[in-house]
Write a protein that binds this ligand. Structure first.
Ligand SMILES: [Zn+2]
Length: 426
């Protein structure tokens, strides 16, 4: 294989004996040739011509991203193609830091709702994801060995306070991991976290009645104990809980996260007159983060629209993509982000909630969710196409969609993952 420059040189050297043709060709090729011979390529990859949206640097402009040795080396307008060995043509596309999805389920084969990480995360633009509670202390070693270590997606975890994680609940077995509270074991959770701090970023507890029965507050207390002992945040899963939401929220601390914030079931963030509960406002003021966690049963357009109208927005947007929603209505994080574009958020606000906000919330390794110079070059390219589509939430409410973000290419540490949908020049 020859580079374009080598090919051009070979072509010119072969045609040198056809004077008239050569002159014409050489005249055309000369400026390009001069530009290319002016310097040897200094970058490995150049993402060129796209609109870069990187909320961590307040960037939203047509800028190129140059990558060297797996790291972001330079961000500037019009970096010459000749400066890079490989060029990804992102003209007309949106370029973002690799998305960060803090609620997925990728313990494929162990938790019944698990799905394979790579085709559903990195292939769709999410380079860093957090499996939210599929594994507990007993099943975490397998998660680390057979998922985290094996896949290309950067997979982190929130450890389920139940030692059995989410291995019990399925369509055929409607009994969750906290119906018997003897499985909630802070001591084992703490030990597992201490041994795996590079992967585990917090503690997860699911409080829905078919999962925790009437034990929700006690289960939450045990999760609280583990989270406090290791100094990490707690993510709680709400909706259709035995105890009312205000009692649950009262047990949270600054930095904790509530997922399924806009669910349409009992025990939501609105009162019976559709006003935001004062306890929810207080929680937000106290630095508790509302996460989306769309999921199969946990996101309602109606609830989100009413909350937005009262000034309550999510801090992070996550998909909760799993076996029960990957073929709709969730599909992937980009589809979830597209729904929020239609609820009045700008593209920048939406991307912030899937890059720098989640990266800050769960204290990922530095550089995650950012394309700052020196950060690992994890990036995603999307097309924002104007095309009518029907948006569906988790309660089968529908809204007309006008725009949709489509994943076109993903880079992890400067390497293009899989097949890029857009042209790449060598
Ligand atoms: Zn979930």
């Amino acid at each position: 294989m020859f580079t374009p420059l080598q090919n051009r040189r070979r072509f010119l050297s072969r045609t040198i004996f056809l004077p008239s043709l050569v002159c014409k060709l050489y005249e055309q090729a000369e400026p390009l040739l001069a530009a290319q011979t002016a310097g040897v390529p200094v970058y490995d990859l150049l993402i060129r011509g796209g609109r870069l949206i990187d909320p961590s640097q307040n960037l939203s402009a047509e800028l190129d991203v140059a990558i060297l040795e797996g790291k972001v080396a330079r961000i500037a307008a019009n970096i010459a193609e000749s400066q890079a060995r490989q060029v990804l043509n992102a003209k007309g596309m949106i370029v973002t830091p690799g998305l960060v999805d803090i609620h997925v389920h990728v313990y494929d084969g162990v938790a019944p709702l698990g799905i394979p990480a790579d085709p559903n995360c990195i292939a769709k633009g999410a380079t860093s994801v957090v499996d939210a509670g599929s594994a507990g202390a007993h099943t975490f070693p397998g998660f680390r060995q057979y998922v985290v270590r094996m896949v290309e997606t950067r997979v982190y975890a929130l450890l389920n306070i139940s030692v059995i994680g989410q291995s019990t609940l399925s369509d055929g077995n409607q009994f969750g991991e906290l119906l018997d509270l003897r499985y909630a074991n802070p001591k084992l959770a703490i030990r597992t976290i201490e041994q795996n701090r590079d992967v585990i970023l917090g503690v997860k507890v699911r409080l829905t009645e078919n999962i925790a029965g009437q034990n929700d507050l006690r289960a939450l207390g045990l999760a609280r104990e583990a989270a406090d002992a290791v100094g990490l945040p707690l993510m709680i899963h709400i909706g259709a809980t035995y105890s009312p939401l205000p009692k649950i929220l009262a047990m949270l601390k600054t930095g904790d996260l509530v997922t399924h914030s806009f669910h349409g079931r009992e025990g939501g963030i609105l009162d019976n007159r559709d006003r935001i509960l004062p306890e929810v406002r207080r929680a937000i003021e106290n630095g508790i983060l509302l996460d989306v966690g769309h999921g199969a049963g946990s996101f309602s357009f109606g609830i989100a629209e009413k909350a937005f109208a009262q000034g309550v927005l999510p801090g992070t947007i996550s998909s909760d993509v799993h076996q029960g929603n990957v073929n709709g209505p969730v599909y992937d994080l980009a589809t979830t982000l597209s729904k929020f574009l239609h609820m009045g958020m700008s593209l920048e606000e939406v991307i912030r909630r899937a890059t720098s906000n989640p990266a800050d919330a769960l204290k990922f390794p530095s550089g995650t969710g950012s394309l700052k110079v020196g950060a690992a070059a994890d990036a995603a390219v999307f097309e924002l196409r104007e095309a009518p589509w029907e948006m569906v939430d988790s309660v089968r409410e529908r809204r007309p969609g006008k725009w949709r973000l489509r994943p076109m290419a993903t880079m992890k540490a400067g390497k293009i993952y899989g097949n890029s949908v857009i042209p790449v020049y060598q």
